[in-house]
Each structure stands twice: as structure tokens, then as C-alpha cells.
Design a protein around this ligand. Structure first.
Ligand code: FES
Ligand code: FES
Length: 161
């Protein structure tokens, strides 16, 4: 089947089997390897992409279902100011980034902040539900996201949160 979608801001068209996993399409056809092969069952977040703005596990998304939708991978997202806000917030609060779950943590943070620029602690914890991280304490993640929210507010509006 032919599937057309938007990938990191570009219109793309691919021929693929309907049930090819999105993670395989990204890695094998587009050489985008930032979505990592983790659990492959939708439970760890290592393979997250933003699918129409929602942090989503690409290992359980079949190719046919992305038709006419927008996908941003960590490679595309890393070119944005929003990515740098998150990096700065995480660094400020010393959020661990060992490499295994970075894609999941970063894209989960972005999906939350895009919808909720000033999230509450409870909302932050809920946003990371789908991310399995062995290194980071939940409170450190909360601090990292709150720091990011402040940094972003300052960048956008020239003032603190
Ligand atoms: S590899 Fe997709 S959620 Fe774990
Ligand atoms: S930072 Fe190591 S698993 Fe998350």
C-alpha cells in the first residue's frame, strides 16, 4: 500500500505493507534511528514519536494508520527551540539522560508542555506514565519539566513562569 504523511515537516510517500510497524518504517526506510528498539510492546517509551502532537509508541503503530497525519521524530524535534528549552531545563535540574529513554522523556515533556504550558506536578507525573526510566527519580523529572516551563515562558514572553 501507499502511505502519505508528514514527517518532520516534509510531505513523504512510501510503499509499505499495511502492518509494518512505524518504528521499522522510520528506521529502515528513513534511517531515523532516534526511536529506539526497547520493549517493542508499547510499554517503555524508548520508541516515542510525536503523532499529531501526542507522544506515541511507534513500535505499536501500524504504517497504515499514519496516513495523512503528522509525525515528528526526535531528529526533527531536536532542530527546534522547544527541544533546547527542554535540554536546558533538564540540565538545570540534573535530570539523568543515559540514552536509553531520552527520546521518550523529551517527547513526553514536549507533548505535555505544548498542551499545558504551566503543568501541575500531578499532570507531569501522568505525562511520563508511558516512559520507563531506570535512572531518573520522578521528582527530578517534575523539577526538570517545571524548569523547562519557566525557561520557555522567558524565551517566549521575556518573563518567568
Ligand atoms: S519500544 Fe516502543 S514502547 Fe517500548
Ligand atoms: S535516563 Fe537511563 S533509563 Fe532513563
Amino acid at each position: 500500500m501507499i502511505v502519505k504523511f508528514i514527517l518532520n515537516g516534509e510531505d513523504v510517500t512510501v510503499r509499505t505493507a499495511a502492518f509494518t510497524r512505524l518504528i521499522d518504517l522510520l528506521r529502515n526506510t528513513f534511517s531515523l534511528t532516534g526511536a529506539k528498539m526497547g520493549c517493542l510492546t508499547g510499554h517503555c517509551g524508548a520508541c516515542f514519536v510525536l503523532l499529531d502532537g501526542k507522544a506515541s509508541p511507534s513500535c505499536v503503530i501500524p504504517a497504515f494508520s499514519v496516513r495523512n497525519r503528522e509525525i515528528i521524530t526526535i531528529e526533527g524535534f531536536s532542530q527546534t527551540d522547544e527541544y533546547h528549552d527542554i535540554m536546558a531545563g533538564f540540565e538545570q535540574e540534573r535530570v539523568d539522560c543515559c540514552g536509553y529513554c531520552d527520546t521518550g522523556k523529551i517527547l513526553a515533556a514536549e507533548a505535555l508542555l505544548e498542551k499545558t504550558p504551566r503543568p501541575a506536578r500531578k499532570e507531569i507525573l501522568a505525562a511520563f506514565d508511558g516512559v520507563r526510566c531506570r535512572c531518573t527519580e520522578p521528582e527530578s523529572l517534575v523539577a526538570g519539566v517545571l524548569a523547562t516551563a519557566e525557561i520557555r515562558q522567558r524565551r517566549l514572553y521575556g518573563r518567568g513562569a
